[in-house]
Design a protein around this ligand. Structure first.
Ligand SMILES: Cc1cc2nc3c(=O)[nH]c(=O)nc-3n(C[C@H](O)[C@H](O)[C@H](O)COP(=O)(O)O)c2cc1C
Length: 347
């Protein structure tokens, strides 16, 4: 029954893909799970990043004219095992990403605290509605322990409305308080526990603040991750010198947006030389050119985060710009371009 639910949207996707892309030029399709029986074939490499799908992370503000099926995939906000209220306000800095962007300010911070209804309510009330999007959707979740990762995967495996899983590994392991994706060992344990509990495509999303991303990327891939998403936000602090207070209720938060782009791009470059699984680059992508930079560094796909909060139509504009760039290169496919901006390739 589950497999039917998985396969149906994929078939639909394939039809849409051939309709849209075959008449307009190069083959933009990518497979994020080439080693998985189910595969994870996207019409194009432009995705919406977790937590930034609409104003609440679950699509609030997305309107009919925003055709989600035209995008590669959508990753709604991370679910946790139990419901979470989130952090004290303010949870964003600045208050309006759009106004700040228009004024030329590009320092974007958030400390939302994974506000979500919990995975039980999520799988019952939220994910079944995702079929209506007629798009490829990935379920994001995080857990407090390796056992909880396994438990949540078993629950997710019975769910509907999504075609794959993105593991948010930027969450602390209760046993020692360290983030899963700060340790190659913990990353391997979490990914292996998930891999044992589902045949769905599994993508491991990593944190940027590590001394060397390569052992962590390798351990995720070796433990069975079909692809990697790099990266989550960077821990950061900003203090208002007028109020003499930190700008976020949680004091510290995560840096996203343009400041993150060169950091994340470098991590994608490093990781893509170390592993043979597809990498999804995320961090500060606001234009087709930024997306292209990630593909040249070795990414197979990209996710758009903060740009959605400047304007919800950003992914479609970025996709159109990216398509023009690909066409101008004369390349026949994304595979031809991925990693082609790396001077030396040593996988
Ligand atoms: C408001 C906000 C909420 C986010 N929530 C999540 C989340 O629930 N799960 C997750 O894996 N990443 C979350 N992220 C991180 C983004 O998915 C992305 O990795 C990060 O923002 C970098 O991309 P960007 O610079 O394009 O925003 C969130 C980011 C923002 C700005």
């Amino acid at each position: 029954m589950r497999r039917g639910a998985v396969n149906q949207p994929l078939q639909r996707m394939t039809r849409e893909t051939s309709n849209i892309e075959s008449v307009t030029g190069p083959d933009l399709s990518v497979d994020l799970a080439p080693n998985n029986l189910h595969h994870l074939r996207l019409a194009n490499p432009v995705m919406i990043a977790s937590g930034t799908f609409g104003y609440d992370g679950y699509g609030r503000g997305i309107t009919q004219d925003m055709q989600l099926g035209r995008l590669g995939a959508v990753v709604p906000k991370t679910f946790t095992r139990l419901p979470r209220e989130g952090n004290p306000e303010p949870r964003w800095y600045p208050k309006s990403f759009r106004e700040a962007w228009e004024a030329g300010d590009t320092l974007f911070l958030n400390a939302i605290g994974l506000t979500n209804p919990g995975i039980e309510a999520g799988l019952r009330d939220v994910t079944p509605t995702w079929d209506d999007y007629r798009a490829t959707v990935l379920l994001s979740f995080s857990a407090d322990s390796v056992d909880e990762f396994a438990e949540m995967t078993a629950m997710a495996d019975q769910g509907t409305g999504f075609q794959g899983i993105e593991l948010n590994l930027s969450c602390p392991n209760v046993e020692d308080g360290s983030l899963f994706s700060h340790s190659a060992e913990l990353t391997a344990q979490a990914v292996a526990a998930v891999r044992r509990s589902t045949k769905l495509p599994v993508i491991a999303k990593l944190a940027p603040n590590v001394p060397d991303i390569t052992p962590i990327a390798r351990s995720a891939a070796d433990a069975g991750a079909d692809a990697l998403t790099i990266s989550n936000t960077m821990p950061a602090l900003h203090i208002d010198t007028q109020t003499r207070q930190p700008v976020l209720g949680n004091i510290t938060g995560g840096l996203s947006g343009p400041g993150l782009r060169p950091i994340s791009l470098n991590l994608v470059y490093q990781a893509s030389k170390a592993v043979n699984v597809p990498i999804i680059g995320v961090g500060g992508i606001f234009s087709g050119e930024h997306a292209a930079e990630y593909i040249l560094a070795g990414a197979t796909a990209v996710q758009i985060g903060s740009a959605n909060l400047v304007g919800l139509s950003a992914p479609w504009r970025i996709l159109d710009e990216f398509k023009s760039w690909v066409a101008a290169t004369g390349a026949a496919s994304i595979a031809e371009l991925s990693g082609s901006g790396r001077p030396e390739v040593s996988v």
